[in-house]
Design a binder for this molecule. Structure first.
Ligand code: NDP
Length: 332
C-alpha cells in the first residue's frame, strides 16, 4: 500500500507513519498547508514528496490510499476530494463536523468503490479484544451497565486547536467521546439510543469544554456512564462492564499504548484476563491493507465513524441544552 498523508500532524509522526511501514506499506507523500512545513516534515520522516496542494498529492498515480489527520474541520472536503480521485481513505476521528457530512463521505466512498475507514484505535487493542471476547462468550452473563473513565491530561504539545479553536473541531467531546462511543458499541454490539450530559470549560483553554460526564441508554436497557477530560493529571483510565454473572474491571486501557490490566470477577473469585500486547495502530493499518486487497472490512469502517460522531453530537447537544437527546444516526 502506497500512502499519501493529508496533514503533517503529530499523530502521523508519533504513530501512523511507523504503523503503515510496519504493516508493509510505503509512505510516499505528505501534504501540509505550508510548503516549507511539508518539505521539513517529509525530510524528517524520510518521505519522498512534500506538497502544499491537495491536487498534487491526489493526482499522483503512485498513491493508493490517503490518511487524513488534519484538524477536524478539514476532514470532510479532503476526504471527498480523495474519494473523487479514486483513493482509499483512512480518516481520523471525528470524521467530520456534522453527521450529515460524515454520512455523505461514507456514501460517496461506497459509490466510488473505495475502502473508507475511521481510525478508532481502541478496538484494535489486545485488552479490548480480550474484553469483547469475554463478554461475547458469556463470562459475565447479561450485561447490565458499563462505566468508562477517560479523563486524562492533554499533553502540552497537543494543547493548540483542541482547547482554543471550536471552529477547527476543538473540545473534549469531539476528541474523546467519539472513542468512548466506538468502544462501547464495539463491546455491546448496539448503538446508544438516548443520552444526557453535562460539560464544563474549566479554563484549560478558551471557548471549548474540557470535561464532560454523560449517561447513555442502550436499546437493550444497558446503562453507560462516561467521563472524559483534558484536565486530570493523575487518574488511571478504566473500562468496567457489570453483568448478571460477573464484572470486568479494566484499568489503564483507554490509551494509545498496548498496556493495562483486566480482572474478571465472578462467583468463583477474581482472575486476570491475559491479552496480546501488539501495537494498536499497526493492527488498524494491516486490516485496512487487507480490506483493500480482499474487499474485507477495515477495523472501524465509515459507518462506525458516523455512529461515534452521532453519539458525540448528541452528548454535546445534551450538555448544551440540559435535555435528554435521542441519538440521530443520519440514516446509516
Ligand atoms: P496536530 O495539531 O498535530 O495536527 C493537525 C494540523 O495542525 C496538521 O495537519 C498541521 O497542519 C498543523 N500542525 C501540526 N503541528 C504544527 C506545527 N508545529 N506548526 C504548524 N502547524 C502544525 O493534530 P493531531 O495529530 O493531534 O490530530 C490530528 C487529527 O488526528 C485530529 O482529527 C485528531 O482528532 C486525530 N487524532 C486521532 C488519534 C487517534 O488515536 N485516532 C490520536 C490523536 C489525534 P498542516 O498539515 O497544514 O501542516
Amino acid at each position: 500500500m502506497k500512502w499519501g498523508l493529508i496533514g503533517a500532524s503529530t499523530i502521523a509522526s508519533e504513530w501512523m507513519i511507523d504503523a503503515f511501514r510496519a504493516a508493509g506499506g510505503d509512505v510516499v507523500s505528505v501534504l501540509s498547508s505550508s510548503h516549507e512545513r511539508a518539505q521539513a516534515y517529509a525530510s524528517r520522516h524520510a518521505i519522498k514528496i512534500g506538497v502544499s496542494d491537495l491536487d498534487d498529492l491526489l493526482g499522483d498515480p503512485d498513491v493508493d490510499a490517503v490518511y487524513i489527520s488534519t484538524t477536524n474541520d478539514k476532514h470532510f472536503s479532503q476526504a471527498m476530494a480523495a474519494i473523487r480521485a479514486g483513493k482509499h481513505v483512512l480518516c481520523e476521528k471525528p470524521l467530520a463536523m456534522t453527521v450529515s457530512d460524515a454520512v455523505a463521505m461514507v456514501r460517496a466512498a461506497d459509490a466510488a468503490g473505495v475502502v473508507f475507514a475511521t481510525n478508532h484505535h481502541l478496538r484494535n487493542a489486545g485488552s479490548h479484544l480480550a474484553i469483547r471476547d469475554a463478554v461475547a462468550t458469556g463470562r459475565i452473563g447479561q450485561v447490565l451497565s458499563v462505566r468508562v473513565s477517560h479523563a486524562v491530561y492533554l499533553p502540552p504539545h497537543l494543547q493548540g486547536w483542541r482547547i482554543n479553536n471550536p471552529a477547527a473541531g476543538g473540545g473534549v467531546i469531539p476528541d474523546i467521546v467519539v472513542h468512548d462511543a466506538d468502544t462501547v458499541r464495539f463491546h455491546l454490539e448496539e448503538d446508544p439510543a438516548d443520552v444526557i450530559a453535562m460539560s464544563v470549560a474549566s479554563g484549560l483553554g478558551e471557548g471549548v469544554e474540557d470535561s464532560c460526564m454523560s449517561v447513555w441508554k442502550m436499546p437493550s436497557g444497558v446503562m453507560v456512564q462516561t467521563h472524559e477530560s483534558f484536565t486530570h493529571k493523575y487518574p488511571q483510565t478504566g473500562f468496567e462492564l457489570h453483568g448478571t454473572e460477573g464484572s470486568i474491571i479494566a484499568t489503564d486501557v483507554m490509551t494509545q499504548r498496548p498496556v493495562g490490566e483486566i480482572t474478571l470477577v465472578t462467583g468463583a473469585g477474581r482472575e486476570p484476563l491475559r491479552f496480546s500486547g501488539h501495537n494498536l495502530y499497526e493492527r488498524a493499518a494491516r486490516l485496512f491493507d487487507e480490506a483493500v486487497r480482499t474487499g474485507g472490512r477495515p477495523s472501524a469502517d465509515g459507518s462506525d465513524g458516523v455512529k461515534s460522531l452521532a453519539v458525540a453530537q448528541a452528548v454535546s447537544e445534551a450538555a448544551r441544552t440540559g435535555h435528554r437527546v435521542t441519538v440521530e444516526y443520519g440514516g446509516i
